[in-house]
Design a protein around this ligand. Structure first.
Ligand SMILES: C[S@@+](CC[C@H](N)C(=O)[O-])C[C@H]1O[C@@H](n2cnc3c(N)ncnc32)[C@H](O)[C@@H]1O
Length: 224
């Protein structure tokens, strides 16, 4: 899978891509994340990517031309991409969407900045417009990384143990995860639940299913 992140700040993303799961996904050749700076597609002396909003008001707006030239170049080089535009007024992102996106061969994500995009960028191309929550960040780089990592973890072969992704919160539209414990068996007087220590896997599965159900009902009744 090829994921292209279109950003004005590739240096803000680079080191994260080399670490941990995304680093492993890259080394194994399973998810190739490329950073593309759309400022490189400007044609003027000042390499201008933004301009003042028509109608007045604060901030700057991203211009259409460099972004279009960048997307067209990418698609000429590699073929068509599933296009994601990161925006707070987009569809809320979740695990179901992450799972759906794992079937794509090529995805590009456009990271906004400043006040956002000239509306014609949104109208002229087919995008999935995605938000990562009801809050405002300075740019789309963190949302793009969050979505990239959520997708990459689900690509077969990326995680050491495939069951990790299967058993997690939200997977398959499901509820929350069950509680986890490791050594020591007793810590500050708190004991690990006895059921996890006796090797009875039927009882362990039942306990996990029940704690997952209770936790979901208490914390996220909307998922129950
Ligand atoms: C400062 S924000 C623009 C906010 C925009 N004027 C608004 O009120 O919705 C700049 C860029 O950051 C990204 N961004 C900020 N918050 C986001 C979120 N919750 N989800 C996805 N992208 C976000 C988008 O790419 C956005 O264009």
């Amino acid at each position: 899978m090829l994921i292209a992140l279109l950003t004005l700040f590739p240096e803000a993303i680079e080191s994260y891509l080399r670490a941990s799961i995304l680093g492993i996904a890259g080394q194994k050749g399973l998810v190739d994340v490329r950073l593309v700076n759309f400022r490189d597609f400007t044609r003027d002396r000042h390499r201008t990517v933004d301009d003042r909003p028509f109608g007045g008001g604060p901030g700057m707006v991203l211009k259409p031309e460099p972004i279009f030239d960048c997307v067209e170049w990418l698609e000429r080089e590699h073929g068509s991409f599933r296009r994601i535009l990161l925006t707070p007024d987009g569809e809320p992102f979740g695990q179901t969407k992450a799972a759906e996106l794992t079937s794509e061969e090529r995805i590009l994500m456009l990271c906004g900045r400043y006040e956002g995009f000239d509306e014609r960028i949104r109208e002229e191309l087919q995008w999935d417009e995605i938000s990562i929550g009801d809050f405002i960040l300075a740019g789309g780089e963190l949302p793009a990384l969050a979505i990239t990592e959520a997708i990459a973890r689900l690509v077969p072969g990326v995680l050491g143990d495939e069951r990790s992704a299967e058993l997690e919160s939200f997977q398959h539209g499901g509820g929350l995860d069950y509680p986890h414990y490791t050594r020591p068996r007793v810590w500050r007087g708190k004991r690990v639940p006895e059921v996890l220590l006796n090797g009875d896997h039927g009882a362990i599965d039942a306990w996990r299913a029940e704690t997952s159900r209770t936790r979901t009902a208490e914390r996220r009744p909307d998922l129950s």
